[in-house]
Design a protein. Structure first.
Length: 186
């Protein structure tokens, strides 16, 4: 009788191993799915961060270029700000991002005008989405002197996560982009 129970127990133990694997898979698969979903959404956020940072850099470069050797300083500055806004808009559209979703950074940067004047507000450029400040006081990285004039382009762009069962589910975060470039002279 003892000989017949032993093979029966061995067969029973062998057959129940499959149930343990199913239970392990049921416990691990949702966690693995959440990790993969998190990787995807954080990758999307990082991609948007790269695109808007590049747009701010292109905007500040476009605004820093000289446009007219005989024009007065104000018309050249206004033209530079217009070109900066156009470059940012074009770069965002090329990345398939909506430029109308961009907003001024919060808090707005407080940068002094070139020559030590009062701070320039974001609204001075007349652009409703991007904070373009020019000419601003910058520090020369080579000498540390603060006699360099430049342009600043900054804005923030919204991103919404979708991670169910987490505190980030349907949360909107603002991704900040900022760039400052020295004004070029002819």
């Amino acid at each position: 009788m003892r000989a017949s129970i032993h093979p029966l127990l061995r067969r029973l133990l062998h057959e129940t191993k499959g149930g343990g694997e199913i239970a392990e898979a049921a416990a691990v698969l949702p966690l693995m799915f959440m990790i993969l979903l998190g990787i995807f959404w954080f990758g999307q956020a990082f991609s948007i961060y790269g695109a808007i940072t590049r747009a701010a850099q292109l905007g500040s470069l476009a605004g820093a270029m000289p446009y007219c050797a005989t024009c007065s300083g104000t018309s050249t500055i206004a033209q530079g700000e217009t070109n900066a806004a156009s470059a940012v808009t074009a770069a965002l559209q090329a990345s398939r991002l909506d430029p109308n979703k961009a907003q001024y950074p919060n808090p707005q940067p407080s940068l002094n005008t070139c020559g030590g004047g009062p701070a320039i507000s974001c609204a001075a450029s007349g652009n409703a989405h991007f904070c373009i400040q020019s000419p601003i006081q910058m520090t020369d990285p080579a000498t540390g002197a603060s006699g360099v004039c430049g342009i600043s382009v900054s804005f923030r762009y919204p991103f919404q996560f979708w991670l169910p069962f987490t505190s980030l589910n349907k949360q909107q975060v603002w991704i900040l982009a900022s760039s400052r470039v020295r004004l070029e002279h002819q």
